[in-house]
Design a protein around this ligand. Structure first.
Ligand code: COA
Ligand code: AMP
Length: 647
């Protein structure tokens, strides 16, 4: 259904702009690249013979930090707020101007340089949502080092895997993160991760927070504040190092189908061009306006739209250390929007489901002055129509679903507010952005007719901003994304395109699940569970959850002869997943069954198990080996849930 006209195809420039890209992609991106200050302009826009599927802007020399900070100071924006840090969990608020940001970044960059970090060296950042984390990212960019930010909700083992793969020279971290219910000591997790990893950093720079100070390891750890203050007093400051547009800016690890995360690489040049284009044309944001991505710098949304997108565009970005609910209540987002004059909010639908649960009528919005507020963008998981309609009703601004992935770095499909919004269809991510030639394919790679579901694939080459490869793993990149559908990038999302060309993204085709907008691998959880000494085999499925969208549920078969009570083992399994993957997995339910339902060829029937877990109607697949196994799953789950529901 087309929603009451928030936009109109006739008034949108989308069709014209998308066609302009289709007609001449090189001219389109060449034009977009003029928004960037290059130290040496690109010799060509795209070189198909370079890299795995071609490279954008080869020959160009640039610096992302210069474009995100210095040039705005040069252009007279020095006193404009660059970052507004708002932390309801600590009570702190701080405004950092572009002048202030430049000064902080120059000093930290000098500290890193003096430690020995240079172009191409990696720096892992394991930090909460504090300004120093953003300064750290920009300082790396300034000296051509490659940052790799790891989300704070991951446990030591996950962090260790990332350290092992990235082999950082330095790690930037903090003594703790602050969750509404507890202070999370990061330093013990960091120390454990370094112990577990075969690759060790030479130096860790630790930001001490008063909520939980950490003890420092002699000879390896430095106190952040002391070190930076000393460098500032000594007049240290680093200039921008010229890097190739094709050099990596960062590595961001994301869940793959195994427990080994994929190191998504982002380049400097294409990334700047794509994000700058998106800020203006997709989000409809002008320099000087306030943009708020309520996410975390550990996720791609945080990289692209807390840090780089807004700063490259000369906007003010909000760095919010809090939650949509409970810090202190479901009115927190409205308070931030009003207090800081936010024009556009970007978050995950799960945040709105959480707010709606607490304040179904949206009463906390009444009497809040949100005059500047123009639009809400949602991504990270499917935006269910019910949540979108609720948000439209209580906010009375356009609510825009858009679809993308860590790999792409910016939206594959969306409703381009900056070009004039198209009519909204609830449940659809709207239309492909320029750069993305989106196809719906069957398994043989044939285009599906309109309205028919299939694998969503993007014709190569991917546009600027998307991953050129995986960190030191070209072959894994090819195998994971390019081989199944030759000539296309396989998104691993399924969906369809309707008669009007609107894209509907319905869910993943692999074992990735989305828990409160966080991307997690059920395969990774299965690896952790299978390592329990009493477990013979296991399967994890994503069960529907009214707030988080999905939560994992583990089914385990115990080894024969295990005499301990299953409840005891289940509790250990829950604790293991939390300790090894992290609290962010929200793995709270493990259920013991006598056997897993399988096909005759031995494939676990995860799809049917998910239906049972979700309370949907299910049927016994013809290929099943032992039909009673499915009945048992249903019965055990019903018993468990009955028990959990009892007072
Ligand atoms: N450091 C340490 N622990 C963290 C953490 C961090 N940075 N972030 C989350 N955790 C912990 C939480 O404390 C929680 O632990 P618990 O099991 O002890 O309660 C667990 O990880 C799960 O966290 P979260 O997914 O945030 O769930 P929640 O129940 O605390 O809150 C929402 C649910 C919906 C309010 C929350 O997920 C949210 O704000 N989502 C907003 C959208 C978003 O951030 N999306 C990211 C991609 S755009
Ligand atoms: P991440 O890499 O964490 O950004 O997660 C990417 C995955 O989240 C996608 O492959 C989708 O499965 C899902 N996703 C993100 N945005 C949307 C959306 N707007 N609609 C449907 N699914 C989405």
């Amino acid at each position: 259904m087309i929603a009451a006209s928030r936009g109109s195809a006739a008034h949108s420039r989308y069709g014209e702009v998308y066609e302009a890209w289709r007609r001449d992609p090189l001219a389109f991106w060449g034009q977009a690249a003029q928004a960037i200050d290059w130290m040496r302009p690109p010799s060509e826009v795209f070189a198909p013979s370079l890299g795995v599927y071609g490279r954008w802007f080869p020959g160009a020399v640039c610096n992302t930090c210069f474009n995100a900070v210095d040039r705005h100071v040069d252009a007279g924006r020095g006193s404009q707020p660059a970052i507004i840090y708002d932390s309801p969990v600590t009570g702190a608020k701080r405004v950092i101007s572009y002048n202030g940001l430049l000064s902080e970044v120059r000093v930290l960059a000098a500290v890193l340089r003096d430690i020995g970090v240079g172009k191409g060296d990696r720096v892992v950042i394991y930090m909460p949502m504090v300004p120093e984390a953003v300064v750290g990212m920009l300082a790396c960019a300034r000296i051509g080092a490659i940052h790799s930010v790891v989300f704070g909700g991951f446990a030591a083992r996950e962090l260790a895997q990332r350290i092992a793969d990235a082999e950082p020279k330095v790690i930037l971290s903090a003594s703790c993160g602050i969750e509404p219910s507890r202070v999370v000591a990061y330093k013990p997790l960091l120390d454990e991760a370094i112990d577990l990893s075969p690759a060790k950093p030479e130096v860790c720079l630790i930001l001490q927070r008063p909520q939980a100070e950490a003890s420092l390891v002699k000879g390896r750890d430095l106190d952040w504040t002391e070190t930076v203050n000393r460098a500032r007093a000594a007049g240290k400051a680093a200039d921008c190092t010229p890097v190739e547009a094709t050099d990596p800016l960062y590595i961001l690890y994301t869940s793959g189908t195994t427990g080994k995360p994929k190191g998504v690489v982002r380049d400097n040049g294409g990334h700047m061009v794509a994000l700058t284009w998106s800020m203006q044309n997709l989000y409809g944001i002008a320099p000087g306006e306030v943009f708020w991505a309520a996410s975390d710098i550990g996720w791609v949304v945080g990289h692209s739209y807390i840090v780089y997108g807004p700063l490259l565009s000369g906007c003010t970005t909000i760095l919010y250390e809090g939650k949509p609910v409970g810090t202190p209540d479901a009115g927190a987002y409205w308070r931030v929007i009003a207090e800081h004059g936010v024009a556009t909010l970007f978050t995950a639908p799960t945040a709105f489901r959480a707010i709606r649960k607490e304040d179904p009528q949206g009463l906390l919005i009444d009497n809040v002055d949100m005059t500047n507020f123009r639009a809400l963008f949602l991504a990270g998981e499917r935006a269910d129509p019910d949540t979108v309609q609720w948000a439209e009703r209580v906010l009375n601004v356009p609510v825009i679903d858009h679809w993308w992935q860590t790999e792409t770095g910016w939206a594959i499909a969306g409703n381009p507010l900056g070009l004039g919004a198209l009519p909204v269809k609830h449940g659809s991510a709207t239309v492909p952005m320029p750069g993305y030639d989106v196809h719906i394919l069957d398994e043989a790679g044939q285009d599906q007719p309109r309205g028919v579901m299939g694998e969503i694939a993007v014709k190569l080459p991917l546009p600027p901003g998307c991953l050129p490869t995986l960190w030191r793993a070209d072959e894994r990149f090819r195998e994971s994304y390019l081989e199944a559908l030759p000539g296309f990038y396989k998104t691993s999302d399924a969906g369809y395109i309707d008669e009007d060309g609107y894209l509907f993204v319905m869910g993943r085709t692999d074992d990735i699940i989305n828990v409160a907008g966080h991307r997690l691998s059920t395969g990774g959880m299965e690896e952790v569970i299978a390592a329990h000494p009493d477990v013979a085999e296991c399967a994890v499925v994503g069960a529907s959850d009214p707030v988080k969208g999905e939560v994992p549920v583990g089914f385990v078969v115990l080894k024969s002869g295990v005499a301990r009570p299953p409840e005891e083992i289940e509790a250990e399994i829950v604790a293991r997943v939390r300790a090894e993957i992290g609290p962010v997995a929200a793995f709270k339910l493990a259920v013991t069954v006598a056997r897993l339902p399988k096909t005759r060829s031995g494939k676990i029937l995860r799809g049917t198990m998910k239906k049972i877990t979700d309370g949907e109607t299910w049927s016994v697949p013809a290929t099943i080996d032992d039909p009673a196994a499915l009945d048992e799953v249903a019965a055990v789950l019903a018993r468990r849930r009955g028990r959990a529901a009892a007072p």
